[in-house]
Design a protein around this ligand. Structure first.
Ligand code: SF4
Length: 281
């Protein structure tokens, strides 16, 4: 049976989610950050992680954003095909939620209208919205405000099939080494393997929204996630890029079928405020 949802409900949800994601770290990120603070061996690295813990505490207590870069709002909408929307355009309703969230939450407005002319839109819209149809009558909304210190360090490689797993590993390690301190480590690394040029970039972005405490259900991918995390943490970049054992908190990899002639790999790097919040309506 068709379920009707008024788009105003989506606006209210997105508004709250933008504010919450920018003030509180998600439980999975909180868990790995605490663990990193305990396990870091470098004195300076530990000091930085302790300062980041203090920053998170102050942000939550005083309702101050966890980082001054409150990001561009990236929104994944997984919509059950039995949903019918009423009350206007869904995309407009999502952008209205972002507008209200960034205004009422006093979040920095970081979006420019045109990539070359660069006039600020002054309300952090438009959001980058990805729609996906699913079965059923539920909507899963994921809001992931993305800072650009780390976004700018992201890479895409169109490898040859013969490059194989070693090629994938080298691509990820190259991206992380090149990012160094610019991505505000400790980082979270989202990796997309397969699909087409644009599909693997989207997989990498989506990988960042997966719980960082979970691994892939595919055996070789899980191993790759573990191996890469170990190798990245042997690079010595460390918290804040000042040296140490914890350069990355997690490597999340998503895969998709691809063409016989290619092996696309995208690496979307995120910082220690890897913001993501999920709501199911
Ligand atoms: S990369 Fe992350 S931590 Fe660094 S300034 Fe941007 S949002 Fe903040």
């Amino acid at each position: 049976m068709l379920r009707t949802i008024n788009v105003s409900e989506i606006t209210d949800s997105i508004k709250e989610m933008c504010i919450k994601a920018n003030h509180f770290l998600s439980p999975d990120m909180d868990e790995v950050m605490k663990k990193a603070t305990e396990t870091e061996e470098s004195v300076v690295g530990k000091q930085i992680l302790c300062q980041l813990q203090e920053n998170l505490q102050i942000a939550g207590d005083q309702m101050i954003p966890i980082c001054q870069d409150t990001g561009m709002a990236v929104i994944f909408m997984e919509i059950g095909q039995e949903i019918h929307f009423e009350g206007g355009s869904l995309s407009d309703a999502i952008n209205e939620g972002v507008r209200r969230g960034y205004e009422e939450g006093y979040l920095r407005k970081s979006v420019v209208k045109d990539p070359i002319e660069r006039e600020n839109t002054k309300d952090n819209t438009p959001a980058v919205i990805h729609y996906e149809m699913t079965e059923g009558d539920k909507i899963k909304i994921t809001v992931a405000p993305k800072g650009f210190g780390s976004e700018n360090m992201s890479r895409i490689f169109m490898l040859k099939p013969s490059d194989g797993l070693e090629g994938v590993k080298n691509s990820v390690l190259t991206a992380v080494k090149d990012a160094g301190p610019n991505a505000c480590p400790p980082m979270v690394i989202g990796v997309g393997i397969g699909g087409t040029f644009e599909k693997c970039a989207l997989l990498a972005k989506k990988a960042l929204t997966r719980e960082v405490t979970e691994h892939s259900s595919i055996g070789y991918v899980r191993e790759l996630e573990e191996d890469l995390l170990k190798e990245i943490n042997e690079l010595g970049i460390g918290p804040g890029g000042l040296g140490g054992k914890i350069t990355a908190l997690a490597v999340n990899i998503e895969t998709f079928p691809t063409h016989i002639a290619g092996l696309p790999v995208a690496i979307n790097i995120c910082c220690h405020v890897n913001r993501h919040i999920v709501k199911v309506i």
